[in-house]
Design a protein around this ligand. Structure first.
Ligand code: NAP
Ligand code: F7E
Length: 349
């Protein structure tokens, strides 16, 4: 019998890779999408199956993490074996502009979903998209037992979600786990996160459409991995014998300056000629350095990151260059030569 999964945030970067992975594994996949006045399913359009066709295994449902009643109805109907809660207002800088909205979606949204599980009387395994932003000001390396010190409304909202997931595991014996994921990127990364902002700018500069790239704090250090590999890690957490929290990271840190260099080099350009500082991209409180310790995931889940930032930058620049030549009409996935070097579930278009 095939398993059924429910994914919130299926239209996001991670949701799209996870949906691919689960469909590949034979799951029936249900995704929560927000009604918008424009289409917001670009990252999963290639997975769409006409529901009139027999055997269609991807179903999308309108809903929102702010609407608990809708979540109860959906979970009662779907009765999933696994829930992946990936939906969030996920941009750290934006969370300073919209702190209450971020708390409502990223924090309280999680308890709405957990309560919906209880009210619907279903018994799925539950994955919570926790984050290295929980560690915030605590210096690296950061592992499962590192003290948490969030530095943004986003980090604080995720802190609540992290603890309420643990609490429901202990209070109600739920198989509920936190995946504490360090930054992971891809050609599908949202355009205003730093890696994608850089790789899109490289492609636009190369095409003669842009002269300058304005950046904030380029001294910040991050542990950047490749998103499809992290989707595999999420799935493995829910297949484990016991519900436990895991860090997923590469274990290697690079600065934003390093990522600029890798990306511009990939297009044969010198970053210093194009990059300028703009204070509007600074945050009121910054997370200076994140670098994870993925030992537990390696030992217990057999999970290990393969792609590190230099290769990641090449993958993303190549995809953005290709997208430029296609006039930005389509999402372009990982080029074939890079895909061969990884074992991912990315779909070529
Ligand atoms: P993303 O690309 O920003 O996707 C976020 C998803 O959440 C989108 O599908 C979005 O829908 C949906 N969403 C936002 N608000 C919602 C609401 N109120 N109700 C229902 N859906 C809502 O994020 P991502 O990079 O894929 O990350 C996935 C999850 O992992 C997030 O929770 C993020 O905070 C967390 N995380 C990410 C990283 C990372 O490096 N990527 C690291 C650690 C943790 P629309 O498409 O309609 O906007
Ligand atoms: O910033 C610096 C910025 O916005 C990375 C989310 O997925 O990962 C992500 O959060 C660093 C920061 O990601 C610009 O100050 C410099 O130090 O790409 P980012 P993030 O804040 O690390 C975590 C794990 C999550 O959970 C989040 O959901 O880059 N930086 N100049 C800049 N950042 C941006 N966005 N834009 C700049 O111009």
């Amino acid at each position: 019998m095939s398993k059924t999964a429910f994914i919130t945030g299926i239209t996001g970067q991670d949701g799209s890779y996870l949906a691919e992975l689960l469909l590949d594994k034979g799951y029936e996949v249900h995704g929560l999408i927000r009604r918008a006045s424009t289409f917001n399913t670009k990252r999963i359009d290639h997975l769409y199956e006409d529901p009139h066709e027999k055997g269609a295994r991807l179903t999308l449902h309108y809903g929102d993490l702010s609407d608990g009643a809708r979540l109860v109805t959906l979970l009662s109907e779907i009765n999933p074996d696994e829930i992946y809660n990936l939906a969030a207002q996920s941009h750290v800088r934006v969370s300073f502009d919209e702190p209450v909205h971020t708390a409502n979606t990223t924090g309280v949204g999680t308890i709405r979903l957990l309560e919906a599980v209880r009210q619907a009387g279903v018994m799925p395994r539950f994955y919570q998209a926790s984050t290295s932003e929980l560690f915030g000001a605590t210096p690296p390396p950061q592992g499962e037992d590192t003290p948490m010190y969030p530095r943004s409304p986003y980090g604080a909202a995720k802190m609540y979600a992290y603890w309420i997931t643990k609490n429901y595991r202990e209070a109600y014996d739920m198989f509920a786990v936190n995946g504490i994921l360090f930054n992971h990127e891809s050609p599908r990364r949202g355009e205003t996160f730093v890696t994608r902002k850089i790789t899109r700018a490289v492609a636009a500069i190369k095409a003669g459409q842009q002269d300058k790239l304005y950046m904030g704090n380029i001294d910040a250090i991050r542990d950047w991995g490749y998103a499809p590999e992290y989707a595999e890690g999420m799935w493995r957490m829910l297949q484990a014998d016991e519900p436990e929290d895991f860090v997923l990271a590469t274990g290697v840190g690079y600065s934003v300056r390093d990522f600029l260099q890798f990306s511009f080099e990939a297009a044969g350009l010198e970053w210093e000629k194009y990059v300028e500082f703009d204070e509007r991209y600074l945050r009121p409180t910054e997370v200076d350095a994140l670098m994870g310790d993925p030992t537990k995931a390696h030992e217990k889940l057999g999970w290990q990151a393969k792609v590190l930032a230099p290769q990641l930058a090449r993958i993303m620049v190549n995809a953005d260059l290709k997208q430029q030549t296609m006039n930005g009409q389509h999402y372009v996935d990982v080029p074939a030569d890079d895909i061969a070097a990884t074992s991912t579930h990315a779909v070529e278009r």
